[in-house]
Design a protein around this ligand. Structure first.
Ligand code: CU
Length: 109
């Protein structure tokens, strides 16, 4: 009885799942990890409206600062994170103000 019920529910659900197709909606949040003085992934591509979280896994603070100065996270302490919402299409080149060798690129489509 249990097996029959399971089979029935599967056959009912399968056509529904196919009919639904891809569901449009808010894009999932993106994560960029800061680890060992490296932004990863970089370059990364996101969509407008998408939330991007930068998480600092290092034991020292970092910043996410656009080379154009259009955005700046301020200090992201060790173990903390900072979020931004990608608003305008374009390519954002960024760096860490505290460690000039750290660079990243975010492509917003
Ligand atoms: Cu840094």
């Amino acid at each position: 009885m249990t097996l029959r019920w399971r089979g029935l529910s599967l056959s009912l659900l399968a056509p529904l799942a196919l009919a639904a197709g891809p569901v449009p909606g808010p894009s999932p949040a993106r994560r960029i990890e800061i680890r060992n003085f490296v932004f990863a992934p970089s370059p990364d591509t996101v969509r407008t409206g998408q939330v991007v979280t930068f998480r600092n896994h290092d034991i020292v603070p970092h910043t996410v600062t656009a080379d154009s100065s259009a955005l700046d996270s301020g200090t992201i302490a060790a173990g903390k994170e900072w979020r931004l919402t990608a608003k305008r299409k374009g390519v954002v080149h960024y760096h860490c103000r505290l460690h000039p060798t750290m660079h990243g690129t975010l492509v917003i489509r």
